[in-house]
Design a protein around this ligand. Structure first.
Ligand SMILES: *[C@@H]1O[C@H](CO)[C@@H](O)[C@H](O)[C@H]1NC(C)=O
Length: 216
């Protein structure tokens, strides 16, 4: 199945919003977003009470998708059908054209070999402190099977994923360039390395530009 790594809203007006980023460290309950040495935002979790059952169908599905993601971004945005939209650097469009969710996974700082993955509604850039963002949230005490962004590594579970880091880093870099420079047409004609390619698709009445790569 083709997996889209990222999507950029092309609709004028939305594409021209300020390029705020989801990169501000902050804490909620006992989870924190902290910057790692490479400047990426990563989740550091701690005991949050006993795990609860997830009764939200969308969020259960997203948890499953995120935990088994072959792209391996520890923080990623999704639509409600479980299509990955973008990494953490994505400027969340305002107003949101359709429901957007964010899933995050990270290591527990208070227990060895414990991890948490959570999914919730995304409201806007840096919505960590917005209480409404947690009206719908589900979490499981487990890591992703494959983590590509360097936020954490899972002990004793060797990665067998064929997706190599340089390809991912390259794709994210290209995405950043698109977002920042906005020279969409130029990039659209360029082909990407390692099997990544650009695509344009229409969904929810909007046009998306994304990069995609066919996985085996
Ligand atoms: C929280 O998010 C909602 C929905 O996007 C927004 O209307 C509200 O202003 C936000 N509140 C804060 C404190 O940012």
């Amino acid at each position: 199945m083709p997996t889209s790594l990222a999507a950029v809203l092309l609709t004028p007006g939305i594409a021209s919003i300020a390029l705020a980023r989801f990169t501000t460290p902050g804490c909620w309950q006992r989870n924190c977003l902290v910057q790692n040495d490479a400047g990426a935002l990563c989740v550091q979790a701690a005991y949050n009470g006993a795990p609860t059952t997830c009764n939200d169908k969308v969020l259960s599905r997203l948890l499953d998708v995120h935990v088994h993601s072959k792209i391996g971004l520890s923080i990623a945005y999704y639509d409600e059908r479980g299509h990955i939209l973008a990494p953490a650097i994505w400027p969340v469009p305002a107003p949101l054209p359709f429901p957007v969710y964010v899933c995050m996974s990270g290591r527990r700082s208070d227990a060895n070999d414990h991890y948490r993955t959570l999914c919730r509604t995304a409201l806007h850039d840096d919505d960590v402190y917005n209480a409404s963002a947690y009206d719908r949230v589900c979490a499981v005490e487990r890591p992703q099977g494959f983590v590509s962004d360097g936020c954490y590594s899972v002990n004793a579970v060797p990665s067998t994923n064929p997706l190599d880091n340089p390809a991912l880093v390259h794709a994210v870099f290209v995405l950043g360039a698109i977002v920042t420079i906005g020279t969409l047409a130029t990039y659209f004609r360029k082909s990407l390395k390692h099997g990544w390619r650009f695509f344009v698709t229409s969904r929810y009445g909007r046009r998306f530009l994304g990069v995609t790569r066919r996985e085996d």
